[in-house]
Design a protein around this ligand. Structure first.
Ligand SMILES: Nc1ncnc2c1ncn2[C@@H]1O[C@H](COP(=O)(O)OP(=O)(O)OP(=O)(O)O)[C@@H](O)[C@H]1O
Ligand SMILES: [Mg+2]
Length: 312
């Protein structure tokens, strides 16, 4: 194993990309998303490998604090990063933006409880010519130097999660036992996981030995003005309408733990705004996009509907 690959501080740096987030359209492509049941390698030629996983257009990302600087510092030492925060608050958008900014391919894996270690690492396939090895998304990212984003990693079983351990400590290796190979991670490789602290239970949580391999960035719904700006940008509604939507969300967020499991997310506000942009009356848009999805409780629906009528 070369010193370079062993080191937590790889010598080779990626070229910086221009910063800024003024112009942009959202990335709607999902080319960098690999599902465990359809391992990434299937669609990827052996050479020139990760072109399909490049984030080509600059994603719109509105910074909320110093998360971009912190992530860049963490990436410069290839520290594995955990993005913590509630659903729909910008974690995925942030990692897409950072992959674009750092000019790294991004391989995303949506984790689930049926996922096996082979789904991440790879497997031997049988075809007409005999057997061949197919890299899974984690092996592909480690071999060629992508950011591997394990979305909702807590959904994966703990015996699956441990395959990332040797890649997320100073060893930076991935043993492929069935192939008899040890991949030394490419210097640009990094693991990012997302994690919703509200959802874990005793049965479903990350082991301390997994957590302690990561630095963590806390995400939450952005502060009022910033969230309104995001909602207006993403849905096309006027800023004052976006602000009203954010007010409604703030009311709902205060009910979390008092009848609501989760508050109204930024994503839901964008849905509501998008319906309004398409001519749906604000009251109806809010019912469809904000109130009905998050609760079936008639009293809670009434309380949220009342909040909506305060602002529309
Ligand atoms: N800071 C931000 N800048 C730009 N867009 C944002 C930001 N925060 C949230 N958004 C918008 O909110 C939407 C939802 O965010 P995203 O999908 O990143 O949530 P998430 O935290 O990954 O949620 P989940 O945990 O459910 O996967 C994005 O598609 C984007 O439009
Ligand atoms: Mg996400």
């Amino acid at each position: 194993m070369s010193e370079n690959n062993r080191s937590y501080l790889p010598r080779r740096e990626t070229s910086p990309r221009p910063s800024g987030f003024s112009v942009q359209t959202s990335v709607r492509r999902a080319a960098h998303v690999a599902t465990p049941s359809a391992p990434a390698a299937a669609a990827v030629p052996a050479n020139g490998a990760l072109d399909n996983y490049r984030v080509r257009a600059q994603p719109y990302y509105r910074p909320v604090a110093d998360e971009i600087d912190l992530y860049e510092a963490a990436y410069s030492v290839r520290m594995p990063i955990m993005l913590k925060g509630p659903t729909g608050c910008g974690k995925t958008r942030f990692v897409e933006y950072m992959a674009w900014k750092l000019d790294r391919p991004l391989i995303t894996v949506a984790c689930n409880e049926d996922m096996t270690a082979s789904d991440l690492v790879g497997r031997i396939l049988l075809d007409a010519n005999g057997t061949r090895w197919q890299d899974g998304p984690l092996a592909l990212a480690a071999r060629h130097g992508a950011i591997c984003y394990l979305d909702e990693v807590v959904e994966a079983r703990q015996d699956t999660t441990v395959v990332i351990h040797p890649l997320t400590d100073a060893r930076r290796i991935l043993p492929l036992e069935k192939k008899g190979e040890i991949i030394e991670a490419h210097p640009d490789f990094q693991v990012v996981i997302s994690y919703n602290p509200g959802y874990q239970s005793l049965m479903k949580d990350l082991k301390q030995s997994t957590k302690q391999r990561f630095g963590a960035l806390d995400f939450d719904y952005p502060q009022h003005e910033i969230e309104a700006e995001i909602v207006a940008h993403e849905s096309g509604i006027a800023l004052d309408v976006a602000k009203n939507l954010v007010h409604i969300a703030e009311r709902a967020r205060n009910l979390k733990g008092h009848g609501l499991d989760e508050g109204i997310s930024t994503r839901m506000l964008i849905y509501a705004g998008s319906l309004i942009t398409r001519g749906v009356a604000p009251l109806a848009a809010c019912r469809v996009a904000l109130v009905r999805p998050i609760t079936d409780d008639p009293d809670m629906r009434d309380a949220l509907d009342a909040a909506v009528t305060t602002y529309f």
